[in-house]
Design a protein around this ligand. Structure first.
Ligand code: HEC
Ligand code: HEC
Ligand code: HEC
Ligand code: HEC
Ligand code: HEC
Length: 324
């Protein structure tokens, strides 16, 4: 029998083809998208891809693998995670501006074209601090030297009475920012010693500054002896520990006094001395957090730290005279 296309067949064939195409199109499209963006690790990144092309976050060569492995152990490699964790905690005020220091993509994109928060996948990484220059060397991004590089994030801005200060390391080292205290740069800063001299000895990318007593315990070398070479190791360790312990104890006493005074003040809002006492405790609160959240307990700038602490003691006594 001779096969003949019926008129009905001529209608059915394009119809079936059409259905096949329509049902398979989305799958084809997704496959294309995945091959076009092999570097994106999460779905969010694929759907919210940034419109401009950012530089690669890491240099594409194996010679940096040892640095990469060291770097992965550093806190910087967790900077996006700590923000995301904070977001999960009730009352953890995470705003877009937080990502400026905590995320690779957000920090590096121009202000006019910030990526969406859901699309962020990368913590602080090589490309945050370095660019590859023409010779293939790793140059600093937007910074003249290591101290200025670190200071772009480890800095407290908009310091005002009554609000807590965070990451004040750069302010402390440069001796500026504490309320009502004259500028007092650390001698090492004015001598051109950098954050990296202590936090990255031999270009160590864990960024840990090892204290002398810790180094004795771990039988490693503290990042101090490059300069404090003439010191007896045991004596220097005891000396530094004593400085830190004294400051921590003093801060604890001040914290307790401030808490007691603030509680008392809250019941005195309509008394004549209230405003004056409140002004004093607000400054104390801010300057105390400036010292505590520097976290170096004297090492970044001993003279400035001591001057701030003396002033806190005086202001607390004045406030207590006004309210007791
Ligand atoms: C100017 C840069 C900068 C900005 C903006 C910034 N951070 Fe940070 N953040 C840092 C630095 C630097 C550290 C580490 C400093 C330290 O440990 O003292 C840090 C540490 C943290 C940590 C680790 C825990 C801790 O307190 O040590 C959390 C959580 C955090 N930041 C949350 C936030 C949130 C929430 C925001 C937005 C409200 C924010 N950060 C904005 C620079 C910044
Ligand atoms: C937080 C900033 C920061 C990050 C992130 C960072 N580096 Fe560095 N890197 C530095 C600093 C600062 C120095 C210089 C240290 C010094 O001067 O002692 C340096 C030095 C280097 C050097 C030596 C350069 C030279 O001229 O000899 C290499 C190579 C390097 N980094 C590679 C990397 C790689 C690879 C990564 C990512 C795995 C990375 N860095 C991540 C800050 C950073
Ligand atoms: C792009 C912003 C940025 C730059 C540049 C940067 N840091 Fe950080 N740093 C952070 C953030 C954010 C954290 C907190 C990360 C976390 O808790 O996971 C941090 C954490 C640290 C910590 C650990 C703090 C702690 O409480 O445990 C040290 C030490 C440190 N940084 C030193 C440095 C040094 C030294 C440099 C310069 C070579 C530098 N950082 C450059 C943002 C930065
Ligand atoms: C003279 C050496 C030295 C210099 C210079 C120095 N640091 Fe430190 N830094 C230390 C030591 C020591 C500690 C305390 C570590 C401890 O108590 O475990 C510390 C603590 C810190 C911490 C808190 C780390 C933690 O684990 O709690 C951060 C962040 C930090 N420094 C960043 C900086 C930055 C940014 C600069 C430059 C603006 C800088 N440091 C300059 C030695 C130094
Ligand atoms: C790159 C050089 C350099 C490094 C590294 C360095 N220091 Fe210093 N340090 C100095 C200089 C310079 C002074 C200032 C001496 C002066 O004021 O005359 C100083 C002063 C100090 C002081 C205050 C004076 C005193 O002895 O009481 C302390 C504390 C101190 N350093 C601790 C440390 C610790 C801890 C480390 C290691 C984590 C360290 N330094 C690493 C150069 C350095």
């Amino acid at each position: 029998m001779k096969f003949k296309y019926s008129k009905r067949m001529l209608l059915i064939i394009p119809l079936v083809l059409g259905i096949v195409i329509i049902t398979q199109l989305p799958r084809l499209y997704t496959a294309r998208q995945t091959t076009a963006a092999p570097n994106t690790t999460s779905e969010g990144a694929a759907t919210n891809s940034i419109k401009i092309k950012l530089p690669d976050p890491e240099p594409k060569t194996d010679i940096y693998t040892p640095i990469r492995q060291e770097y992965d152990k550093s806190v910087h490699a967790q900077s996006l995670k700590v923000l995301n964790d904070q977001k999960q905690t009730p009352g953890g005020h995470v705003t877009n501006s937080c990502y400026q220091c905590h995320s690779y993509e957000y920090a590096i994109a121009p202000d006019s074209n910030k990526p969406s928060i859901q699309s962020l996948t990368t913590s602080i990484t090589c490309g945050t601090c370095h660019t590859l220059d023409a010779k293939g060397y790793i140059a600093f991004r937007n910074a003249a030297n290591p101290t200025e590089l670190c200071s772009s994030c480890h800095v407290a801005t908009g310091i005002k009475p009554g609000s807590a200060v965070h990451n004040s390391q750069s302010n402390m080292f440069k001796g500026t920012g504490a309320l009502g205290i004259a500028a007092m740069p650390d001698k090492r800063y004015t001598d051109g010693i950098s954050c990296a001299d202590c936090h990255m000895p031999n270009e160590n990318h864990t960024f840990v500054a090892t204290l002398p007593s810790q180094a004795l315990k771990d039988k490693t070398i503290a990042s101090c002896y490059l300069c404090h070479a003439t010191e007896d190791e045991q004596k220097f360790a005891t000396h530094v520990d004593q400085i830190q312990t004294d400051l921590k104890n003093e801060a604890k006493t001040f914290d307790d006094r401030l808490a007691k005074d603030s509680k008392k003040l809250a019941g005195l809002t309509s008394t004549p001395n209230y405003n004056q006492a409140k002004q004093l405790t607000d400054i104390v609160m801010t300057n105390l957090s400036f010292v505590e959240n520097d976290k170096s307990w004297g090492v970044h700038n001993l003279d400035y730290t001591k001057t701030i602490m003396d002033d806190i003691g005086k202001k607390l006594t004045q406030a207590e005279q006004l309210i007791n």
